[in-house]
Design a protein around this ligand. Structure first.
Ligand SMILES: *Cc1c(COP(=O)(O)O)cnc(C)c1O
Length: 222
């Protein structure tokens, strides 16, 4: 049994630093349900996971009012496992995936909220749509192509770096795209910023941050 007091302390500390308009997605991947439960008991309701199987297992044993966000790359053939309960899929990186989400949502007679993940990092490894692809998808959406999804915003991951100027540049690109698309249809969520860069992301306009290790890490992990 681990001592969770450090996680709770981290959680409270981060919450106290976030501006009131910024949503916290607590990224609980790799951490057991019992620790998630403790953060839940502090009042947190939005959690993020990056793997379908892990998400399904945790969802089964944790309170049903948790709003689960899928934040990692999602394979088309796995959408069906989460379609009946997932709150938001943050990592839409292809039209094929969006079509499948739409199809599975229709099966369950619901709408699934999604974010379009846009590639803003210089690194080659990051998934995401090119800006031009995202604009086209959004246009198709506005024209009614995906009636069972609701595109509520954009998500991006910056390059893993300490270079603040670089981070600002990348986050600002996403903010500009967000503002531009918002002129066509009001968007709610701009998800950018993780443990190492969330204060910068917020100063660049993020209103949702995905924070994992800064909450769940333990000193004895290090
Ligand atoms: C793991 C992960 C995070 C959280 O990263 P931390 O550095 O642990 O805060 C955020 N977004 C995505 C897409 C992730 O996979």
């Amino acid at each position: 049994m681990q001592n969770h007091s450090e996680t709770i302390e981290n959680y409270r500390n981060i919450l106290s630093k976030l501006p009131p308009n910024v949503e916290l997605v607590a990224v609980s991947k790799t951490h057991p349900a019992e620790i998630i439960r403790q953060v839940y008991d502090e009042g947190q309701r939005v959690f993020g996971e990056n793997k379908v199987q892990e998400l399904v297992e945790k969802q089964a044993v944790l309170p049903k009012d948790i709003r689960w966000h899928l934040i990692g790359h999602l394979q088309t053939n796995k959408v069906k496992y989460i379609a009946d309960f997932v709150d938001t899929i943050q990592s839409v990186d292809s039209e094929k995936l969006l079509l499948e989400i739409n199809k599975q949502a229709e099966k369950h007679q619901r709408k699934i909220k999604v974010l379009l993940q846009i590639k803003i990092a210089e690194e080659e490894t990051k998934f995401g749509l090119e800006i031009s692809e995202a604009k086209e998808l959004f246009l198709d959406y506005l024209n009614g192509k995906f009636p069972n999804v609701e595109i509520i915003g954009l998500m991006g991951m910056a390059t893993f770096t300490d270079n603040e100027q670089q981070l600002r540049k990348e986050f600002s690109v996403l903010k500009q795209v967000f503002d531009k698309l918002s002129l066509q249809r009001d968007l709610k969520t701009l998800s950018m910023g993780m443990s190492n860069d969330y204060p910068i992301a917020i100063s660049c306009g993020a209103n949702s941050v995905r924070i994992g290790s800064a909450i769940f890490r333990h000193r004895n992990y290090a």
